[in-house]
Every structure is written in C-alpha cells, then in structure tokens.
Design a protein around this ligand. Structure first.
Ligand code: SAH
Length: 343
C-alpha cells in the first residue's frame, strides 16, 4: 500500500522532496495542498507535472471514508464510523458546544490497555493509526459538517501515548499555520497513565491540555479496573503529573468515571481529594457509560453530587460531564464494537 503524505511533518516532507531532487520549498507547497483538502496529486497545480507523477507512484493523498453517520436529535452530536484504507474501522464523535465544535478522535484501532469499563479495548489493539489517519478524522468530519472544528480531544478509541510518535506528528500538523491551524490550547490529550510517556510529553513543552484517566483513588481499586496501574502505580503516575505541571505550567485535568458501588463512596471522594489536593488540576466526573457485558452501571445523581461536593469543598474544581448523543450511543467505542461484533 502507498504511504499517505499526511503521515509526515513538513521537515519529513522536505527530506522526501530533496530525495526526488526537488528543492525544499516544494515540501511547503505540498503540505499546504494537503491541508487544503486535495484528493489527488493533479490538484497540486504549482508542482511540475513530472514530479506529481513520480509522487503518485509512491505516495497517496487518500482519505478515510465515512461508512456510517448518526446525528443525535437531542443535541446534534454526530457519530461517525470511518473506514480506513485497509478496511479497519474507527470512530469519531463531533459535539456542539456554545464555544464551537469539538471533535473526539481515535488514535488506534482498538486498544491494548484493557480498562474493565471500556468498549474500545474488548478486541485488543489491532494497530496504531498513522498521523494522517488521525488528522483525516478532523478534515473529513469538518468537510461533512461544512463548518470549522475549533477543539480537538484525543479521547476516542486507543491510547494516544501508546502511539507516541504518530500522535506527536499529528499535533505538529494540526497546529501548524500551514496545516489546520488549531491552537495547542484547543487540544486535549487523554491518557490512561503511561507515566514514562508523560515525562516525554512534558519535555516537549507543548501548551495542550493533558487529561489523565484516574478513575480510582488507590492502587488496589485502580489495578482492579485499570491493568495499566500494575505497570505505573498511582505514586509513579502522580510524580509524572507533577513533572508535567512544573514543565508546562498547565493545569491537568483528571477524568474520574463514577461506577455505582465501585469507586463512588464518600470515603473514595475524600481519598481522591487527599491524593490530588496540592495540584494545579481540575476533575471531570463522568457517570460511567454502560457497555454491554462489563456489568458496570452509573452512579445515581445523588452519589454524583455528593462526590462532586466533597471535592469542591476541599478546594478542587470538579464538573460533571454532560452526557451527549445519548440516543445514538456516542460514547466510548460502542459503534465500532457493534459494527465488528466485539461487544
Ligand atoms: N486511552 C485514553 C483515551 C481514550 S478513553 C485514556 O484512557 O484516557 C477516553 C476517556 O473515556 C478515558 O477517561 C476513559 O477512561 C473513558 N471511558 C472509557 N470507557 C468509558 C465508559 N464506559 N464510561 C465512561 N468513560 C469511559
């Protein structure tokens, strides 16, 4: 299969163009065409025809295809099942907020992390997405919408820090003024807690928001529902988080999914408060989305409010994530799982 040119950064494209004996500035020309949404080399009209043909022999500019689309009648949330060149499927979800559109993109086909409550990990990890396939989600959904997508969250299928190099290329290209020009502060990367990669990310000193999926306040419980905790326990994870804050001066956002009878008691709220209290952070509480066969159900409204109240009283800002696209099961890998019979 041909390699997609959107998989490369502008510097990498420069190496490719000089490899063809073409001047470096061709890389910028190609790069700009790519993010203007061309679908063939013939559209790159400022490149010599012979060069276009040689590129076409080795590379592609193809796009992911929309296999299915669902639009929520409650809140206009859109859920897309997208088909890749090798016929794997991924999902993207588009949400409408008062400040604009946010897209939730996938970074892998499947996921290797094995969180007990998550649908994306049920069939294991199939493969990493390339940078182009991640950026294609933004471009393809944006075109279908006919409007600008201003915010991106890497919270779809997959663990972004388990696909580190491609995700870094994606961030560079989506942020580039010659690419999609999305500001770093409008991008959130969510991780289940690969601590060593959090250090690496911190050293890049980006201004993106780091979101850490915590989901439990102690090792016993966290290891129970998130196997990654056996590799990087809470102490190691918190040390990495503190390093991230110190390096970037950015507030971390902790995700805490509330599962009835599992992690939603008063004691657990206090334990969480104690764990994160001195940190520059925010907590997103998410009543767990039901995934068939996990046996988990969401905490009730009273338990959610009690949990939030304890954090707020302790001086930690905490919000409850509003459920969106409830009528089209827009949450967490449910669409692909259904399409491939994994759930
Ligand atoms: N792998 C990354 C990003 C993808 S998951 C991570 O773990 O952060 C995005 C978020 O959705 C994570 O916080 C994840 O724990 C959460 N999530 C997964 N399944 C869920 C479910 N059934 N209900 C609520 N949140 C869920």
């Amino acid at each position: 299969m041909k390699t997609n040119l959107k998989d490369y950064t502008i510097q990498e494209l420069a190496e490719i163009t000089t490899g063809f004996g073409e001047p470096k500035f061709r890389a910028k020309q190609i790069f700009e065409w790519l993010y203007r949404g061309v679908r063939s080399f013939d559209e790159m009209t400022n490149l010599p025809k012979a060069f276009r043909e040689r590129l076409n022999e080795k590379f592609s500019v193809s796009r992911v295809k929309i296999a299915k689309k669902f639009v929520s009648s409650i809140d206009e949330t859109r859920r897309y099942l997208l088909q890749l060149d090798d016929d794997n499927y991924i999902e993207s979800v588009l949400m409408k907020y008062h400040h604009g559109y946010t897209i939730c993109v996938s970074t892998q086909v499947g996921c290797a992390m094995g969180c007990a409550f998550c649908a994306s990990t049920r069939g294991g990890k199939v493969r990493n997405l390339t940078a182009g396939e991640i950026i294609d989600q933004v471009m393809t959904v944006g075109e279908d919408l006919g409007d600008r997508i201003s915010n991106i969250v890497l919270m779809g299928m997959g663990e972004p820090l388990d696909n580190f190099d491609n995700v870094m290329r994606f961030l560079e290209n989506v942020n580039s003024p010659h690419g999609l020009s999305v500001g770093q502060r409008h991008i959130t990367l969510s991780t289940c807690g690969l601590a060593d990669r959090i250090y690496e990310l911190a050293d890049r000193q980006l201004q993106i928001t780091l979101s850490v999926s915590l989901h439990a306040p102690n090792d016993e419980k966290r290891s129970d529902i998130m196997p990654v905790n056996r590799r990087y326990n809470i102490e190691k994870l918190m040390a990495a988080c503190r390093y991230y804050i110190e390096k970037t001066n950015r507030r971390i956002s902790f995700e805490y999914t509330l599962i009835s009878g599992v992690n939603d008691t008063e004691t657990e709220a206090r334990e969480l408060l104690k764990l994160i209290s001195p940190m520059l952070c925010h907590v997103n509480l998410i009543p767990v989305n039901r995934v068939r066969e996990t046996g988990f159900s969401a905490s009730g409204a009273a338990a959610v409010e009690r949990f939030r109240g304890i954090l707020e009283k302790g001086g930690i800002s905490a919000t409850v994530r509003r459920e969106m696209g409830a009528d089209i099961s827009a949450a967490c890998g449910q669409l692909r799982a259904a399409a491939e019979n994994l759930a």
